[in-house]
Design a protein around this ligand. Structure first.
Ligand code: B16
Ligand code: MG
Length: 215
């Protein structure tokens, strides 16, 4: 392919914020009087905040009004923001910085394509904002993955066509979003879960520009 840009999901690709989401959702479930396990938390990866809350309420067998849902989501987010406020560059997942530097050297553009409304806070904490030409996060988009909006917008803001871009994703909904947007995609994580990706790597140490150009 004619590789001109790479679009990176944030949580699960560049950094592991799933553990902080889990702490906050678990705390909310405890307040509501039920257990929320790490296994349950798997289903929330890559899913938007409100959709995550719906899954959690189902686990607890609870039905609440829309107004209450917003209040609960806000409460969870308050704790989550507290947890991520102390993040440091040590939390960047292995291989990410080296690969981003290589892309810069080769003149390949870079974007973040994340569902999170807290992407800016995270990127500042891990001091990685400057490595991305474009940031598309949950504040800019209207439709959650597997809708391709977040990645299509990323390509547009880089002034590239979808066929010139590769997406890096750890969640199945994100892989589907990349395919729907007409982009090649690299799954980061479990090959069984991410089998629709063009290639799957265990982490960012295992990818080269050469490999992407051959997709
Ligand atoms: P927030 P990603 C996603 O980030 C997370 O994987 C998902 O667990 C979270 O619910 C979602 O962001 C929204 O996050 O509550 O901070 O807006 O994987 O798309 O980078
Ligand atoms: Mg993710």
């Amino acid at each position: 392919m004619d590789l001109r840009g790479c679009i990176f999901d944030l949580d699960g690709v560049i950094v592991d914020t799933a553990k902080y989401h889990y702490l906050a959702w678990k705390r909310l479930a405890a307040e509501l009087g039920f257990e929320f396990s790490e296994e349950h938390n798997e289903a929330l990866k890559g899913v938007s905040r409100m959709a995550s809350l719906e899954i959690l309420l189902k686990v607890g067998g609870m039905k609440v009004s829309d107004e209450k849902k917003h209040e609960l989501a806000d409460r969870k987010n308050g704790w989550y923001v507290e947890y991520i406020s102390d993040m440091t560059p040590e939390e960047i997942l292995p291989g990410s910085v080296e690969f981003l530097e290589q892309l810069r050297k080769e003149g390949i553009r870079t974007a973040i394509g994340s569902a999170s409304r807290n992407a800016g806070t995270i990127l500042d904490g891990i001091r990685l904002r400057g490595y991305f030409d474009v940031i598309v996060d949950g504040n800019k988009i209207h439709r959650a993955k597997p809708d391709p909006e977040v990645f299509v917008r990323g390509a547009e803001e880089m002034n590239l066509t979808p066929s010139q871009c590769v997406v890096f994703e750890d969640a199945r909904a994100g892989i589907e979003a990349a395919i729907a947007g007409g982009m090649k995609c690299v799954g980061v994580g479990d090959p069984l879960l991410l089998k629709r990706a063009d290639i799957v790597i265990p982490d960012m140490r295992h990818v080269t520009v050469e490999q992407l150009r051959n997709l």
